[in-house]
Design a protein around this ligand. Structure first.
Ligand SMILES: O=P(O)(O)OC[C@H]1O[C@H](O)[C@H](O)[C@@H](O)[C@@H]1O
Length: 527
Protein backbone atom coordinates (compact mmCIF):
# COMPACT_ATOMS: atom_id res chain seq x y z
CA UNK A 1 0.00 0.00 0.00
CA UNK A 2 1.41 3.43 -0.88
CA UNK A 3 -0.51 5.49 1.66
CA UNK A 4 -1.07 4.20 5.15
CA UNK A 5 -3.61 6.24 7.03
CA UNK A 6 -4.84 5.49 10.47
CA UNK A 7 -7.40 7.76 12.04
CA UNK A 8 -8.08 8.28 15.73
CA UNK A 9 -10.54 5.72 17.07
CA UNK A 10 -11.97 8.42 19.32
CA UNK A 11 -13.42 10.44 16.42
CA UNK A 12 -17.11 11.21 16.24
CA UNK A 13 -18.20 8.34 13.97
CA UNK A 14 -21.40 10.02 12.90
CA UNK A 15 -19.73 13.23 11.83
CA UNK A 16 -17.03 11.30 10.02
CA UNK A 17 -19.37 9.08 8.04
CA UNK A 18 -21.69 11.96 7.24
CA UNK A 19 -18.79 13.94 5.78
CA UNK A 20 -17.40 10.95 3.89
CA UNK A 21 -20.80 10.15 2.44
CA UNK A 22 -21.24 13.75 1.26
CA UNK A 23 -17.81 13.74 -0.41
CA UNK A 24 -18.54 10.49 -2.24
CA UNK A 25 -22.04 11.58 -3.22
CA UNK A 26 -20.81 14.91 -4.59
CA UNK A 27 -17.91 13.24 -6.46
CA UNK A 28 -15.54 15.75 -4.91
CA UNK A 29 -12.31 13.87 -5.71
CA UNK A 30 -12.94 13.22 -9.39
CA UNK A 31 -14.23 16.76 -9.81
CA UNK A 32 -11.06 18.23 -8.27
CA UNK A 33 -8.98 16.24 -10.76
CA UNK A 34 -11.33 17.28 -13.58
CA UNK A 35 -10.59 20.89 -12.47
CA UNK A 36 -14.20 21.65 -11.63
CA UNK A 37 -14.00 25.21 -10.29
CA UNK A 38 -17.58 25.18 -8.94
CA UNK A 39 -16.77 22.98 -5.91
CA UNK A 40 -16.16 25.84 -3.47
CA UNK A 41 -19.17 28.05 -4.23
CA UNK A 42 -19.83 31.04 -6.45
CA UNK A 43 -17.49 33.47 -4.73
CA UNK A 44 -14.53 31.08 -5.09
CA UNK A 45 -15.18 30.03 -8.67
CA UNK A 46 -13.09 32.60 -10.53
CA UNK A 47 -9.99 31.91 -8.40
CA UNK A 48 -10.50 28.13 -8.46
CA UNK A 49 -10.69 28.25 -12.27
CA UNK A 50 -7.01 29.29 -12.34
CA UNK A 51 -5.78 27.23 -9.38
CA UNK A 52 -6.32 23.54 -10.15
CA UNK A 53 -3.39 22.97 -12.52
CA UNK A 54 -1.53 21.01 -9.80
CA UNK A 55 -3.83 18.01 -10.35
CA UNK A 56 -2.11 17.38 -13.71
CA UNK A 57 1.56 17.46 -12.96
CA UNK A 58 3.27 14.58 -14.70
CA UNK A 59 3.84 15.93 -18.21
CA UNK A 60 4.86 19.40 -17.17
CA UNK A 61 7.05 18.00 -14.37
CA UNK A 62 8.86 15.81 -16.89
CA UNK A 63 9.60 18.83 -19.10
CA UNK A 64 10.69 21.01 -16.16
CA UNK A 65 12.97 18.34 -14.72
CA UNK A 66 14.67 17.75 -18.09
CA UNK A 67 15.22 21.48 -18.57
CA UNK A 68 16.57 21.87 -15.03
CA UNK A 69 18.86 18.83 -15.39
CA UNK A 70 20.35 20.35 -18.51
CA UNK A 71 20.95 23.64 -16.73
CA UNK A 72 22.46 21.78 -13.74
CA UNK A 73 24.92 20.04 -16.07
CA UNK A 74 25.89 23.36 -17.66
CA UNK A 75 26.43 24.89 -14.22
CA UNK A 76 28.47 21.94 -12.95
CA UNK A 77 30.64 22.11 -16.06
CA UNK A 78 31.40 25.70 -15.06
CA UNK A 79 32.20 24.69 -11.48
CA UNK A 80 28.96 26.13 -10.09
CA UNK A 81 27.63 23.70 -7.49
CA UNK A 82 26.28 25.75 -4.58
CA UNK A 83 22.56 26.45 -4.88
CA UNK A 84 20.92 29.34 -3.07
CA UNK A 85 17.15 29.72 -3.27
CA UNK A 86 15.45 33.06 -2.63
CA UNK A 87 11.70 32.64 -2.22
CA UNK A 88 8.96 33.11 0.34
CA UNK A 89 6.25 30.67 1.41
CA UNK A 90 5.11 28.44 -1.43
CA UNK A 91 8.14 29.47 -3.45
CA UNK A 92 10.65 27.90 -1.06
CA UNK A 93 9.01 25.55 1.47
CA UNK A 94 8.59 22.59 -0.89
CA UNK A 95 12.11 22.58 -2.38
CA UNK A 96 13.55 22.89 1.14
CA UNK A 97 11.65 19.70 2.09
CA UNK A 98 12.56 17.89 -1.13
CA UNK A 99 16.26 18.66 -0.67
CA UNK A 100 16.22 17.47 2.95
CA UNK A 101 14.47 14.27 1.79
CA UNK A 102 17.13 13.82 -0.89
CA UNK A 103 19.98 14.70 1.46
CA UNK A 104 21.34 17.41 -0.84
CA UNK A 105 22.34 20.92 0.30
CA UNK A 106 20.13 23.88 -0.56
CA UNK A 107 20.62 27.30 1.06
CA UNK A 108 17.17 28.80 1.38
CA UNK A 109 16.87 32.53 2.05
CA UNK A 110 13.42 33.51 3.27
CA UNK A 111 14.34 36.10 5.86
CA UNK A 112 15.03 39.82 5.68
CA UNK A 113 17.18 39.71 8.81
CA UNK A 114 20.45 41.41 7.79
CA UNK A 115 22.57 38.64 9.35
CA UNK A 116 20.83 36.00 7.21
CA UNK A 117 21.29 37.97 4.00
CA UNK A 118 24.88 38.84 4.85
CA UNK A 119 25.80 35.22 5.55
CA UNK A 120 24.30 34.11 2.22
CA UNK A 121 26.20 36.83 0.35
CA UNK A 122 29.44 35.77 1.96
CA UNK A 123 29.39 32.26 0.50
CA UNK A 124 31.69 31.30 -2.37
CA UNK A 125 29.98 33.34 -5.09
CA UNK A 126 32.05 31.93 -7.95
CA UNK A 127 30.54 28.51 -7.19
CA UNK A 128 27.04 29.84 -6.51
CA UNK A 129 23.85 29.82 -8.55
CA UNK A 130 21.01 31.86 -7.07
CA UNK A 131 17.49 30.76 -7.95
CA UNK A 132 14.99 33.56 -7.47
CA UNK A 133 11.51 32.08 -7.19
CA UNK A 134 8.39 34.21 -7.16
CA UNK A 135 5.10 33.37 -8.77
CA UNK A 136 3.87 36.97 -8.73
CA UNK A 137 7.33 38.36 -9.36
CA UNK A 138 6.46 41.16 -6.93
CA UNK A 139 7.31 39.85 -3.45
CA UNK A 140 9.41 42.49 -1.70
CA UNK A 141 11.64 40.08 0.23
CA UNK A 142 12.51 38.05 -2.86
CA UNK A 143 13.14 41.11 -5.03
CA UNK A 144 15.35 42.56 -2.30
CA UNK A 145 17.37 39.34 -2.10
CA UNK A 146 17.73 39.35 -5.87
CA UNK A 147 18.99 42.95 -5.88
CA UNK A 148 21.51 42.12 -3.13
CA UNK A 149 22.88 39.10 -5.02
CA UNK A 150 23.05 40.94 -8.38
CA UNK A 151 25.14 43.62 -6.77
CA UNK A 152 27.30 41.10 -4.84
CA UNK A 153 28.09 39.16 -8.03
CA UNK A 154 29.06 42.36 -9.80
CA UNK A 155 31.23 43.47 -6.92
CA UNK A 156 32.97 40.09 -6.99
CA UNK A 157 33.68 40.58 -10.70
CA UNK A 158 31.18 37.90 -11.69
CA UNK A 159 28.44 38.18 -14.31
CA UNK A 160 25.02 37.78 -12.64
CA UNK A 161 23.68 36.34 -15.89
CA UNK A 162 25.99 33.33 -15.38
CA UNK A 163 24.96 32.84 -11.74
CA UNK A 164 21.28 33.63 -11.47
CA UNK A 165 18.07 31.99 -12.60
CA UNK A 166 14.44 32.87 -12.09
CA UNK A 167 11.29 30.79 -11.60
CA UNK A 168 8.14 32.83 -12.15
CA UNK A 169 4.78 32.96 -13.88
CA UNK A 170 4.71 33.92 -17.56
CA UNK A 171 4.30 37.64 -18.04
CA UNK A 172 5.48 38.75 -14.60
CA UNK A 173 7.67 41.83 -14.30
CA UNK A 174 10.34 39.51 -12.92
CA UNK A 175 10.31 37.46 -16.11
CA UNK A 176 10.84 40.58 -18.22
CA UNK A 177 13.57 41.86 -15.94
CA UNK A 178 15.42 38.53 -15.81
CA UNK A 179 15.28 38.15 -19.58
CA UNK A 180 16.56 41.69 -20.05
CA UNK A 181 19.43 40.85 -17.68
CA UNK A 182 20.23 37.70 -19.68
CA UNK A 183 19.31 35.38 -16.80
CA UNK A 184 17.92 31.89 -17.22
CA UNK A 185 14.12 31.85 -16.81
CA UNK A 186 11.98 28.86 -15.89
CA UNK A 187 8.31 29.56 -16.44
CA UNK A 188 5.82 28.08 -13.99
CA UNK A 189 2.25 27.00 -14.61
CA UNK A 190 0.09 30.10 -13.97
CA UNK A 191 -2.81 27.81 -13.08
CA UNK A 192 -1.18 26.62 -9.87
CA UNK A 193 -1.10 28.68 -6.66
CA UNK A 194 2.11 29.01 -4.65
CA UNK A 195 1.27 26.59 -1.85
CA UNK A 196 0.10 23.92 -4.29
CA UNK A 197 3.24 24.20 -6.44
CA UNK A 198 5.45 21.49 -4.90
CA UNK A 199 5.36 19.27 -8.00
CA UNK A 200 5.75 22.14 -10.46
CA UNK A 201 8.72 24.34 -11.42
CA UNK A 202 8.75 25.96 -7.96
CA UNK A 203 9.35 22.68 -6.16
CA UNK A 204 11.36 20.97 -8.85
CA UNK A 205 13.84 23.45 -10.39
CA UNK A 206 15.84 24.29 -7.22
CA UNK A 207 15.67 20.64 -6.12
CA UNK A 208 17.09 19.35 -9.41
CA UNK A 209 19.83 21.99 -9.41
CA UNK A 210 20.77 20.92 -5.88
CA UNK A 211 20.97 17.29 -7.02
CA UNK A 212 17.68 15.75 -5.81
CA UNK A 213 16.04 12.84 -7.63
CA UNK A 214 13.00 14.78 -8.75
CA UNK A 215 11.91 12.06 -11.17
CA UNK A 216 11.60 9.62 -8.29
CA UNK A 217 9.57 12.13 -6.33
CA UNK A 218 7.17 12.78 -9.20
CA UNK A 219 6.77 9.02 -9.73
CA UNK A 220 5.81 8.61 -6.05
CA UNK A 221 3.08 11.21 -6.51
CA UNK A 222 1.90 9.72 -9.78
CA UNK A 223 1.62 6.29 -8.12
CA UNK A 224 -1.18 7.57 -5.83
CA UNK A 225 -2.97 9.88 -8.25
CA UNK A 226 -5.66 7.34 -9.23
CA UNK A 227 -6.27 6.51 -5.58
CA UNK A 228 -6.71 10.20 -4.71
CA UNK A 229 -9.12 10.95 -7.54
CA UNK A 230 -11.46 8.06 -6.73
CA UNK A 231 -14.86 8.93 -5.25
CA UNK A 232 -14.73 6.17 -2.67
CA UNK A 233 -15.07 6.35 1.12
CA UNK A 234 -11.54 4.98 1.53
CA UNK A 235 -9.87 7.62 -0.67
CA UNK A 236 -7.05 8.77 1.70
CA UNK A 237 -7.66 12.44 0.85
CA UNK A 238 -11.33 12.06 1.81
CA UNK A 239 -10.44 10.19 5.00
CA UNK A 240 -7.76 12.73 6.01
CA UNK A 241 -9.98 15.75 5.34
CA UNK A 242 -13.09 14.21 6.91
CA UNK A 243 -11.12 13.15 9.96
CA UNK A 244 -9.73 16.68 10.47
CA UNK A 245 -13.24 18.07 9.90
CA UNK A 246 -14.75 15.74 12.51
CA UNK A 247 -12.51 17.36 15.12
CA UNK A 248 -13.65 20.91 14.37
CA UNK A 249 -14.22 23.38 15.80
CA UNK A 250 -12.72 22.19 19.11
CA UNK A 251 -9.56 20.46 17.88
CA UNK A 252 -8.37 22.88 15.24
CA UNK A 253 -4.63 22.50 15.89
CA UNK A 254 -2.69 19.72 14.16
CA UNK A 255 0.53 18.94 16.03
CA UNK A 256 2.73 17.55 13.26
CA UNK A 257 5.21 15.00 14.56
CA UNK A 258 7.65 13.44 12.09
CA UNK A 259 8.66 9.79 12.46
CA UNK A 260 12.44 9.17 12.41
CA UNK A 261 12.18 7.90 8.81
CA UNK A 262 10.47 11.11 7.66
CA UNK A 263 12.49 13.95 9.16
CA UNK A 264 12.20 16.10 6.05
CA UNK A 265 10.63 19.14 7.65
CA UNK A 266 7.30 18.40 5.98
CA UNK A 267 5.54 20.04 8.95
CA UNK A 268 6.55 23.54 7.81
CA UNK A 269 5.19 22.86 4.34
CA UNK A 270 1.93 21.49 5.80
CA UNK A 271 1.70 24.61 7.98
CA UNK A 272 1.55 26.87 4.94
CA UNK A 273 -0.64 24.63 2.82
CA UNK A 274 -3.30 23.99 5.44
CA UNK A 275 -3.21 27.24 7.47
CA UNK A 276 -3.11 29.59 4.48
CA UNK A 277 -5.74 27.59 2.60
CA UNK A 278 -8.22 27.15 5.46
CA UNK A 279 -7.50 30.05 7.86
CA UNK A 280 -10.10 32.61 6.82
CA UNK A 281 -13.63 33.80 7.49
CA UNK A 282 -13.03 33.05 11.20
CA UNK A 283 -12.52 29.36 10.43
CA UNK A 284 -9.45 27.23 9.91
CA UNK A 285 -6.99 24.55 10.91
CA UNK A 286 -3.59 25.46 12.35
CA UNK A 287 -0.82 22.91 11.84
CA UNK A 288 2.22 23.31 14.10
CA UNK A 289 5.43 21.54 13.13
CA UNK A 290 6.54 20.06 16.45
CA UNK A 291 10.13 19.27 17.42
CA UNK A 292 10.85 15.74 18.67
CA UNK A 293 10.87 16.75 22.31
CA UNK A 294 7.72 18.90 22.12
CA UNK A 295 5.75 19.25 25.34
CA UNK A 296 2.56 18.85 23.29
CA UNK A 297 3.58 15.26 22.55
CA UNK A 298 3.82 14.43 26.26
CA UNK A 299 0.66 16.21 27.35
CA UNK A 300 -1.55 16.93 24.37
CA UNK A 301 -3.65 20.11 24.75
CA UNK A 302 -7.41 19.67 24.39
CA UNK A 303 -7.52 21.63 21.12
CA UNK A 304 -4.74 19.62 19.46
CA UNK A 305 -4.73 16.47 17.36
CA UNK A 306 -1.32 14.87 16.98
CA UNK A 307 -0.57 13.88 13.39
CA UNK A 308 2.33 11.49 12.92
CA UNK A 309 3.95 11.69 9.51
CA UNK A 310 6.00 8.74 8.33
CA UNK A 311 7.65 7.68 5.06
CA UNK A 312 5.86 4.36 4.82
CA UNK A 313 9.22 2.61 4.41
CA UNK A 314 9.05 1.19 7.90
CA UNK A 315 5.93 -0.22 9.37
CA UNK A 316 5.00 2.32 12.03
CA UNK A 317 2.93 0.90 14.84
CA UNK A 318 -0.59 1.75 13.89
CA UNK A 319 -1.54 5.09 15.37
CA UNK A 320 -2.43 5.51 19.01
CA UNK A 321 -6.17 5.72 19.66
CA UNK A 322 -6.11 9.49 19.66
CA UNK A 323 -3.57 10.17 16.90
CA UNK A 324 -3.72 10.49 13.14
CA UNK A 325 -1.02 8.58 11.29
CA UNK A 326 -0.12 9.45 7.70
CA UNK A 327 2.66 7.28 6.30
CA UNK A 328 3.65 7.54 2.64
CA UNK A 329 6.68 8.38 0.50
CA UNK A 330 7.27 12.12 0.13
CA UNK A 331 5.84 12.46 -3.39
CA UNK A 332 2.64 10.74 -2.26
CA UNK A 333 2.46 12.91 0.88
CA UNK A 334 2.65 16.08 -1.23
CA UNK A 335 -0.24 15.11 -3.51
CA UNK A 336 -2.26 13.66 -0.63
CA UNK A 337 -2.06 16.83 1.50
CA UNK A 338 -2.78 19.08 -1.49
CA UNK A 339 -5.86 17.06 -2.40
CA UNK A 340 -7.02 16.74 1.22
CA UNK A 341 -6.65 20.52 1.67
CA UNK A 342 -8.84 21.20 -1.37
CA UNK A 343 -11.37 18.68 0.03
CA UNK A 344 -11.22 20.31 3.45
CA UNK A 345 -11.93 23.68 1.83
CA UNK A 346 -15.13 22.18 0.44
CA UNK A 347 -16.15 20.76 3.83
CA UNK A 348 -15.40 24.07 5.56
CA UNK A 349 -17.21 26.03 2.87
CA UNK A 350 -14.28 28.38 2.29
CA UNK A 351 -12.17 29.27 -0.73
CA UNK A 352 -8.97 27.24 -0.29
CA UNK A 353 -7.12 29.12 -3.03
CA UNK A 354 -7.13 32.72 -1.81
CA UNK A 355 -5.24 34.43 1.04
CA UNK A 356 -7.20 37.61 1.73
CA UNK A 357 -5.43 38.56 4.93
CA UNK A 358 -1.85 38.22 3.70
CA UNK A 359 -2.17 41.42 1.72
CA UNK A 360 -3.22 43.45 4.77
CA UNK A 361 0.17 42.89 6.45
CA UNK A 362 1.96 43.82 3.21
CA UNK A 363 0.01 47.07 3.01
CA UNK A 364 0.76 47.86 6.65
CA UNK A 365 4.47 47.13 6.13
CA UNK A 366 4.53 49.44 3.10
CA UNK A 367 2.89 52.18 5.16
CA UNK A 368 5.55 51.69 7.83
CA UNK A 369 8.29 51.94 5.19
CA UNK A 370 6.84 55.15 3.80
CA UNK A 371 6.92 56.58 7.30
CA UNK A 372 10.60 55.77 7.75
CA UNK A 373 12.72 58.84 7.20
CA UNK A 374 16.16 57.28 6.82
CA UNK A 375 17.71 54.02 5.89
CA UNK A 376 18.93 52.05 8.86
CA UNK A 377 17.17 54.22 11.39
CA UNK A 378 14.90 51.56 12.82
CA UNK A 379 14.37 53.52 16.00
CA UNK A 380 12.56 56.11 13.91
CA UNK A 381 9.84 53.69 12.84
CA UNK A 382 6.76 55.04 14.56
CA UNK A 383 5.62 52.73 17.31
CA UNK A 384 2.36 52.34 19.15
CA UNK A 385 3.79 49.47 21.17
CA UNK A 386 4.48 50.08 24.75
CA UNK A 387 8.12 49.29 25.33
CA UNK A 388 7.37 48.80 29.00
CA UNK A 389 5.76 45.49 28.09
CA UNK A 390 9.19 44.17 27.38
CA UNK A 391 10.80 45.41 30.54
CA UNK A 392 9.46 43.01 33.12
CA UNK A 393 9.65 39.41 31.90
CA UNK A 394 7.45 38.04 34.69
CA UNK A 395 4.75 40.63 33.96
CA UNK A 396 4.95 39.92 30.25
CA UNK A 397 4.51 36.18 30.81
CA UNK A 398 1.61 36.76 33.18
CA UNK A 399 -0.10 38.98 30.59
CA UNK A 400 0.52 36.41 27.89
CA UNK A 401 -1.03 33.68 30.00
CA UNK A 402 -4.10 35.82 30.70
CA UNK A 403 -4.43 36.74 27.03
CA UNK A 404 -4.85 33.22 25.70
CA UNK A 405 -8.53 32.69 24.88
CA UNK A 406 -10.29 29.58 26.10
CA UNK A 407 -9.21 26.69 23.84
CA UNK A 408 -6.58 29.03 22.42
CA UNK A 409 -2.97 28.93 21.31
CA UNK A 410 0.15 31.03 21.60
CA UNK A 411 2.20 32.11 18.59
CA UNK A 412 5.75 33.36 19.02
CA UNK A 413 6.69 35.54 16.06
CA UNK A 414 10.43 36.03 16.02
CA UNK A 415 11.92 38.61 13.66
CA UNK A 416 15.38 37.24 14.43
CA UNK A 417 18.13 35.26 12.71
CA UNK A 418 16.96 31.61 12.54
CA UNK A 419 20.59 30.47 12.37
CA UNK A 420 21.78 32.73 15.17
CA UNK A 421 22.16 32.29 18.93
CA UNK A 422 18.47 33.03 19.58
CA UNK A 423 17.27 29.89 17.80
CA UNK A 424 17.93 27.34 20.59
CA UNK A 425 16.61 29.79 23.19
CA UNK A 426 13.41 30.26 21.20
CA UNK A 427 12.94 26.52 20.85
CA UNK A 428 13.34 26.18 24.58
CA UNK A 429 10.91 29.05 25.19
CA UNK A 430 8.38 27.48 22.83
CA UNK A 431 8.55 24.19 24.62
CA UNK A 432 8.49 25.58 28.13
CA UNK A 433 5.55 27.87 27.36
CA UNK A 434 3.61 24.91 25.95
CA UNK A 435 4.38 22.92 29.09
CA UNK A 436 3.71 25.70 31.57
CA UNK A 437 0.53 26.97 29.91
CA UNK A 438 -0.88 23.68 28.61
CA UNK A 439 -1.61 25.20 25.19
CA UNK A 440 -0.04 24.56 21.79
CA UNK A 441 2.66 27.06 20.86
CA UNK A 442 3.54 27.93 17.27
CA UNK A 443 6.96 29.35 16.52
CA UNK A 444 7.08 31.48 13.37
CA UNK A 445 10.12 33.29 12.01
CA UNK A 446 9.35 36.74 10.65
CA UNK A 447 8.83 37.58 7.88
CA UNK A 448 8.59 34.02 6.60
CA UNK A 449 5.46 33.09 8.63
CA UNK A 450 3.65 36.05 7.02
CA UNK A 451 3.53 33.94 3.86
CA UNK A 452 2.28 30.89 5.73
CA UNK A 453 0.42 30.71 9.05
CA UNK A 454 0.14 34.53 9.05
CA UNK A 455 -3.06 34.22 7.03
CA UNK A 456 -4.74 32.09 9.71
CA UNK A 457 -3.50 34.17 12.64
CA UNK A 458 -5.27 37.18 11.14
CA UNK A 459 -8.18 35.63 9.26
CA UNK A 460 -8.86 32.38 11.12
CA UNK A 461 -10.43 31.69 14.51
CA UNK A 462 -9.64 34.51 16.97
CA UNK A 463 -7.98 32.13 19.41
CA UNK A 464 -4.34 33.20 19.33
CA UNK A 465 -2.25 35.24 21.74
CA UNK A 466 0.89 36.61 20.15
CA UNK A 467 4.38 37.29 21.41
CA UNK A 468 6.37 39.27 18.90
CA UNK A 469 10.12 39.38 19.41
CA UNK A 470 12.21 41.91 17.50
CA UNK A 471 15.79 43.02 17.45
CA UNK A 472 16.55 46.70 17.81
CA UNK A 473 19.58 48.53 16.46
CA UNK A 474 20.21 45.99 13.73
CA UNK A 475 23.34 46.36 11.69
CA UNK A 476 22.33 48.32 8.57
CA UNK A 477 22.42 46.39 5.31
CA UNK A 478 21.59 48.13 2.08
CA UNK A 479 19.05 46.84 -0.43
CA UNK A 480 20.57 47.98 -3.73
CA UNK A 481 18.18 50.25 -5.62
CA UNK A 482 15.98 50.87 -2.59
CA UNK A 483 15.98 53.72 -0.15
CA UNK A 484 15.35 51.26 2.69
CA UNK A 485 17.77 48.69 4.01
CA UNK A 486 17.03 45.11 5.13
CA UNK A 487 17.19 46.34 8.73
CA UNK A 488 14.41 48.85 8.06
CA UNK A 489 12.39 46.38 6.03
CA UNK A 490 12.29 43.71 8.73
CA UNK A 491 11.32 46.29 11.35
CA UNK A 492 8.50 47.59 9.13
CA UNK A 493 7.25 44.06 8.50
CA UNK A 494 7.11 43.30 12.21
CA UNK A 495 5.27 46.50 13.00
CA UNK A 496 2.91 46.10 10.06
CA UNK A 497 1.80 42.62 11.06
CA UNK A 498 1.55 43.58 14.71
CA UNK A 499 -0.72 46.50 13.84
CA UNK A 500 -2.99 44.36 11.67
CA UNK A 501 -3.26 41.68 14.35
CA UNK A 502 -4.20 44.33 16.90
CA UNK A 503 -6.74 45.86 14.51
CA UNK A 504 -8.30 42.41 14.33
CA UNK A 505 -8.60 42.39 18.11
CA UNK A 506 -5.72 39.98 18.79
CA UNK A 507 -3.42 40.55 21.73
CA UNK A 508 0.18 41.10 20.63
CA UNK A 509 2.82 41.45 23.30
CA UNK A 510 6.20 42.68 22.21
CA UNK A 511 9.72 42.02 23.31
CA UNK A 512 12.00 44.49 21.56
CA UNK A 513 15.63 44.39 22.50
CA UNK A 514 19.03 45.19 21.07
CA UNK A 515 20.18 41.94 22.70
CA UNK A 516 17.29 39.54 22.08
CA UNK A 517 19.26 36.54 23.35
CA UNK A 518 19.56 38.25 26.73
CA UNK A 519 15.85 39.13 26.59
CA UNK A 520 15.01 35.49 25.89
CA UNK A 521 17.22 34.29 28.74
CA UNK A 522 15.39 36.68 31.07
CA UNK A 523 12.05 35.31 29.90
CA UNK A 524 13.22 31.73 30.42
CA UNK A 525 14.47 32.60 33.89
CA UNK A 526 11.07 34.09 34.75
CA UNK A 527 9.11 31.06 33.52
O1 LIG B 1 5.73 33.31 -5.14
P1 LIG B 1 5.39 34.69 -4.67
O2 LIG B 1 4.44 35.38 -5.57
O3 LIG B 1 6.64 35.48 -4.41
O4 LIG B 1 4.65 34.54 -3.30
C1 LIG B 1 5.23 33.93 -2.19
C2 LIG B 1 4.21 33.73 -1.09
O5 LIG B 1 3.76 34.98 -0.64
C3 LIG B 1 2.41 35.36 -0.66
O6 LIG B 1 2.29 36.42 0.20
C4 LIG B 1 1.43 34.25 -0.33
O7 LIG B 1 0.87 34.43 0.92
C5 LIG B 1 2.04 32.87 -0.40
O8 LIG B 1 1.02 31.95 -0.68
C6 LIG B 1 3.10 32.80 -1.46
O9 LIG B 1 3.58 31.49 -1.54
Amino acid sequence: MTIQLSIPSVLDEQKLSRNLAALVRDRVASRIFEKDATLWGDAAEAEAAIRLGWTDFVQSAEAVVSEAEQFRDELRARGVDRVVLCGMGGSSLAPAVICRWAGVPLDTIDSTHPAVVKAALQGDLARTVVVVSSKSGGTIETLSHRAAFMSAFREAGLDPAQHMAVVTDPGSALEADARAAGQRVFLADPNVGGRFSALTAFGLVPSVLAGADARGLVAEAQAVRELLKADTPNNPAFVLAASIMSDLPEKYVLGIDSEPDARWGLGSWIEQLVAESTGKDGKGVLPIALPEDAAELQQTPANTRIVRVGSGSQNPESGAANELLVAAPLGAQLLLWETATAVLGRLLDIDPFNQPDVESAKVAARAQLEAVPQQGDTSAVPSRASVSESQDPAALLATLRQSVPVNGYVAIQAYLDPQGPCAPLLNELRNRLAKAMGVPVALGWGPSYLHSTGQLHKGGPALGAFLQITEQNLEPLEIPGSENGFDTLIAAQARGDRDVLRERGRTVLTLASSDPAAGLRDLLAAL
